[in-house]
Design a protein around this ligand. Sequence first.
Ligand code: SF4
Length: 220
Amino acid sequence: MKKSAKIIYDKKIIYNIFSTLQQNWPDAKCELNHNNAFQLLIAVVLSAQATDKSVNKALEPLFTSQPQFSAYDLLEMGEENFLKIIKSIGLAKTKAKNCYNLSGIIVSKYLGKIPESREELETLPGVGRKTANVVMNVVYQQPTMAVDTHVDRVSQRIGLVEQTNDRLKIEEELLKIVPKKFALQAHHLLIFQGRYHCTAKNPKCNTCPIENLCLKNIKH
Ligand code: SF4
């Protein structure tokens, strides 16, 4: 049963939550394998409604044989051949088309460089707010908050944000309360907590490092 929403407003508690998460996962970072900004961009596009593991598995042979695979290379390869590489990933056809088309724009409009601003990133096919946030954070070191399924679930369970289905609201609330010291890594910390501890089913509360700080607004 959904418990009534409780929120943590205490700055010290919020600091302790992120500090503890960082102690547990000092190396928390994007788990999509990539060697350059373009590879990260297409990996994030491919990861929509798919696991990072499945995306890494599909792209691994390509990034191994062509470590600096770029937008130019994808255009040369063609949409159909790229589709063959990513066919194991859900919505492969649409994603292959988006990756091919965005490569065309990156080459013709940005001379191969991945744009830095949200406005420009979000004009690319298949790139929404979450993808733009990941690229801005990982490539351009901007303190953005990409709200995926883990960040959505964990931030509400802990009580960092009000219970809501509105991911933009979650993003805005988190950006307001995350201490500056953790701003760059915060979304990775919440993802790691959600992926490895505060799992969707059967969260490991008994051994959770922030058990004493969490409000446990769990939807059971
Ligand atoms: S105590 Fe439980 S609900 Fe709270 S963050 Fe830890 S695993 Fe998640």
